[in-house]
Design a protein around this ligand. Sequence first.
Ligand SMILES: Cc1ncc(COP(=O)(O)O)c(C=O)c1O
Length: 371
Amino acid sequence: MPITPFKLERYYAKYEFTTRYMLSSSDCEGLTLNELLGMASKESLSRWQNLKLGYTESQGHPLLRQEIANLYKNISADQTLVAVPEEAIYVVMQTLLRPGDQVISITPTYQSLHEIARSLGCQVVPWQIRPAASGWAIDIKKLEKLMTPQTRLLVINFPNNPTGFLPERAQLDAILAIAAKHGVYVFSDEMYRLLELDPATRLPSVSDVYEKGISLSGLSKSFALPGLRIGWLTTRSEGLMQDWLTFKDYTTICNSAPSEILAIIALQNHERIVARNLEIIRRNIRLAGEFFEKHSRLVAWNPPQAGSIAFPKWLGAGSVDEFCRDVLEKCGVLIVPGTIFDVSGGYFRVGLGRENFPQALNQLGEYWRGA
Ligand SMILES: Cc1ncc(COP(=O)(O)O)c(C=O)c1O
């Protein structure tokens, strides 16, 4: 079964590097190489300067895997696999799924989380995040009803891209209890974890608390280093780890040597990097709140609970697609319409992690003033 184009990535491929203001980017403002090296310990700096550019260990640099394991409670360095985040999704789906399996996937979400399963001949059943009186909500009873004897995998993504939704701990426990009852694996995309606006709402990593849990994380969002192309999978299942290692020999085999060393430096300074990103996000949430309040006849603003993305609703004339196309053409501001995530109802994605967010909002304000 051929794979369908990745709508968001095709949209970005067309506009990302030619558009002045990115108002929908999901990553946080990229750190410079100098900023990152400025955080390095003497030891790490020496590792960087004396790095030999040979092949690296397929599972990932042992020290990097130890730094990753330190972020978890019940995960050891041997229970981590370093890979590009998007590659990691591919490796898991390819090794775990067979045609005819049923996969329940949270929706909306990052397209590859359900599209790869579909391309493998699985029956993909969406489990919706729905708009609620304030913010977004999930229906746990509905999840129970979706489970069948054919269900092999449940895919979740909290904090969610694109809604910014984060369930409560009790809801996550209920989700995992349903998965356990049906013997289902859970793939948990945790790319935006650590960016909770209230740290008390942070959920545990699914790989820490669920035997058949697989967690994905990486440096692209919460760590502001998407260009390193470093992510990781964690699981307590030895069998899954062996399957992934076997499969990875057919994707990248091993990781970029410079990226691994820079990733070690990033993880050794993760609290500082995450705090810097949250500061940018908090400022931008405040600015967005004020801005959309002024334009409340055009947009219903809805701040996220966690992550670097919000998903407000377009209330103005015409469709959200027309609005996004017009802003792009007339004032060089890239906004991703919800239709790219197959969401109707006029939603659009706002990225809150960039330094030039105030200028992008200003452009949008000018556009509305001129309209
Ligand atoms: C939820 C989610 N998962 C995975 C990825 C993939 O990360 P990367 O582009 O760094 O491979 C993204 C990127 O936008 C994402 O938003």
